[in-house]
Design a protein around this ligand. Structure first.
Ligand code: PXL
Length: 274
């Protein structure tokens, strides 16, 4: 059984965070483990505003000991880290256990909530984690933060951001969100390996129910790596996986809705589409 771990927040709504990661790992036939950095909740009386409850440093370290020392893992993804010690502990374990397949999702915003989360952590994420990352998966906002490019509205600017982020140490940069560029007709993302750019394109799914799409995409890339795919093949498959998932998005309430990771096996799931 291939093993994989996520260092991420728990999303009480179930759509994003480590819940999305575990659902994705399961679809790839992997054994998933979790180091919970924080618990995110949403307030139904305040338009679904997010609250974040970090776990303390001892509790986070103890989970990392369980996974890295007690069990062993060679593929890891990180999501919302939430605190300076969360960033530092991720760095410590990923570097001292020499994790080769590390996918850094530099989570800086939550969908449905435009507020940037923990902006004070962005520099720490860039300095401590980018150099360890086999792949990093920023969206347009995060790519802007990591590269210092103020506004990203063209593919050329995405490429420029990817160059800057690769220079900070990530082996591969996968910038998501070409579908958000003005006049986008397809969902095009950019993969950069430090030398060449590749546009990874799928049809554009028009839906509001995209909660957890970023988490799912980075978890799918990590899952492909855990199964031995090259970065290129893992990214192409992850893009198909998230497109299928978003094609079956659904509302949880008036504010939010996730995709459905199981949709890519809809033909085999209980014999009928879900
Ligand atoms: O989608 C970003 C995200 C990541 N991790 C957790 C979250 C969210 C957004 O809600 O709650 C735990």
């Amino acid at each position: 059984m291939f093993k994989i771990a996520t260092i991420a927040g728990s999303d009480a709504s179930g759509g994003a965070g480590l819940e999305a990661d575990l659902k994705t790992f399961e679809e790839y036939g992997l054994y998933g483990m979790t180091a919970v950095t924080l618990i995110a909740t949403m307030d139904p009386l305040k338009n679904w505003a997010h609250n974040v409850f970090p776990l303390d440093e001892t509790a986070l370290r103890s989970q990392l000991e369980t996974i890295f020392k007690g069990i062993g893992v060679d593929t890891v993804k990180s999501g919302m880290l939430g605190t300076f010690y969360g960033v530092e502990l991720a760095r410590e374990y990923i570097s001292s256990y020499k994790i080769k397949n590390y996918v850094l999702d530099p989570v800086m915003v939550c969908k449905g909530n435009d507020e940037a989360l923990n902006p004070e952590l962005n520099t720490a994420i860039a300095e401590k984690l980018l150099p360890l990352a086999k792949v990093t998966t920023p969206n347009l906002f995060e790519a802007g933060q990591l590269s210092g490019i103020k506004e990203i509205v063209t593919i050329e600017q995405i490429k420029e951001a990817a160059r800057i982020i690769a220079d900070k140490g990530a082996s591969y940069v996968f910038i998501k969100g070409g579908s958000k560029l003005p006049n986008a007709k397809t969902a095009v993302d950019v993969l950069y390996d430090g030398k060449n750019f590749e546009l990874i394109e799928e049809k554009l799914i028009k839906t509001n129910w995209t909660h957890g799409a970023g988490c799912t995409t980075s978890a799918a890339i990590a899952s492909g790596l855990a199964r031995g795919l090259s970065v290129h093949d893992a990214v192409v498959l992850a893009k198909k996986f998230i497109t299928e998932s978003l094609g079956a998005g659904f509302a949880l309430n008036q504010w939010v809705g996730p995709g459905n990771q199981s949709n890519w096996r809809k033909d085999t799931l209980f014999g009928s589409p879900v």
